[in-house]
Design a protein around this ligand. Structure first.
Ligand code: SAM
Length: 230
């Protein structure tokens, strides 16, 4: 029997042209695709005229569902893991499945990365801020822990990148504009990267708030924070 394979495969963060040739070939070759949201992945597959059985795997997947996936691999199936956008495991449930597979099947499964887009690195690449080293903090916390989060941002000796929801962006920028050590920092707020309404805002938190206002609350956002005062 061939060794089972789990491809951890990056998909576009908006613009479908950003999928790699290799990713498309693998999606065409695998036996199953494990997807965070099968409706989102169905659209991607439909666009590229790929028909494959889909299995769902998300934050709330039960242990029974995880077992089902592990059994597919045990049967020698070749599986691709995709999430809704970007690189699986980066602030999405992909990482948990990779950990389960390695814990349970160890060296009997080949885990193969298929690299591609990632919102944090894309935002960083156009920030103009030092990116030879950086700190990625995922999403800012909803409620508890926000003070500690922003202090971590302020204390970092490296450029910081984090993700923000459109519901909280105004609140976040307000908090940053009132934070003694963050209010004069240069920021990049990258909205809807690679999509039709892609917009890059540059400036301090209060400058971006007055320039963009409510427009910020529409779409997906990644924030880059320079260590240098603007
Ligand atoms: N795994 C993904 C990656 O590699 O970037 C990230 C998944 S995380 C659940 C989704 C968050 O990433 C969004 O809420 C947003 O903060 C950020 N994001 C995803 N697509 C984006 C885009 N096109 N523009 C800006 N930020 C984006």
């Amino acid at each position: 029997m061939l060794m089972p394979k789990l491809y951890v495969l990056a998909t576009p963060i908006g613009n479908l042209e950003d999928i790699s040739q290799r990713a498309l070939r693998i999606l065409r070759e695998v036996d199953f695709i494990v997807a965070e949201d099968t409706r989102v992945t169905k659209k991607l597959l439909f666009h590229f005229q790929i028909e494959k059985p889909l299995v769902s795997y998300h934050h709330h997947s039960s242990q029974k569902e995880v077992e089902r996936l592990l059994n597919l691999l045990k049967e020698g199936k070749v599986v691709a893991l995709v999430t809704d956008a970007g690189t699986p495991g980066i602030s999405d449930p992909g990482g948990r499945l990779v950990a389960e597979v390695l814990k349970r099947s160890g060296e009997n499964v080949q885990v193969i990365p298929i690299p591609g887009p990632n919102a944090a690195v894309t935002a960083l690449s156009i920030s103009s801020f030092p990116a030879d080293k950086f700190l990625f903090l995922g999403f800012s916390p909803h409620k508890k822990g926000r003070k500690t989060f922003f202090q971590k941002v302020a204390d970092s000796e490296y450029t910081v990148v984090f993700y923000e929801s459109p519901h909280r962006i105004i609140k976040t920028l307000k908090e940053m504009s009132e934070h003694e050590e963050l209010k004069n920092r240069q920021l990049v707020v990258a909205r809807e990267l690679t999509k039709k309404f892609e917009t890059i805002y540059r400036g301090t938190a209060s400058e971006i708030l007055s320039e963009a206002g409510k427009e910020l609350s529409k779409g997906e956002l990644a924030i880059v924070v320079n260590t240098v005062i603007g």
